[in-house]
Design a protein around this ligand. Structure first.
Ligand code: 5GP
Ligand code: ZN
Length: 112
């Protein structure tokens, strides 16, 4: 399994940086985003280090969407975004592949 000692998400997987863990399997880790765009904003990452989607072997990708789906369902949100950025021009900041799961609040909530 490839890892990068300088990668912030590899450090999270290794427990060297704390995170709010949601899912932990031999190939996949999911945790809450430190700067959430909405309540419950989560990140789903392969344990295999790679900057972009094409850097990750297929075997290490298979669980990512099923785990993202599970987190989206568990959030209780009817609407949500699943996003995955590759490269600076595409707004990627952390160079370890990650899927964002962003629940969207129900707009009718609180309006009686
Ligand atoms: P990107 O723009 O690369 O797709 O998104 C990177 C995401 O990682 C951002 O939403 C940011 O808030 C999140 N992030 C960056 N550093 C940390 C960290 O140390 N812990 C957690 N939980 N999330 C982080
Ligand atoms: Zn990494």
């Amino acid at each position: 399994m490839a890892t990068d000692a300088n990668c912030i998400f590899c450090k999270i997987i290794a427990g060297q940086i704390p995170s709010m863990k949601l899912v932990d399997t031999p190939k996949t880790y999911a945790f809450l985003d430190i700067g959430p765009l909405a309540e419950g904003h989560a990140l789903v990452i392969p344990k295999h280090h790679g900057a972009k989607l094409h850097d990750i072997p297929d075997d290490d990708l298979r669980e990512l969407l099923p785990v993202a789906k599970k987190i989206a369902i568990a959030s209780g949100a009817q609407d949500y975004n699943i996003l995955q950025n590759n490269g600076r021009i595409a707004h990627q900041v952390v160079d370890h592949v990650h899927f964002h799961v962003i629940p969207k609040p129900d707009e009718k909530q609180g309006l009686g």
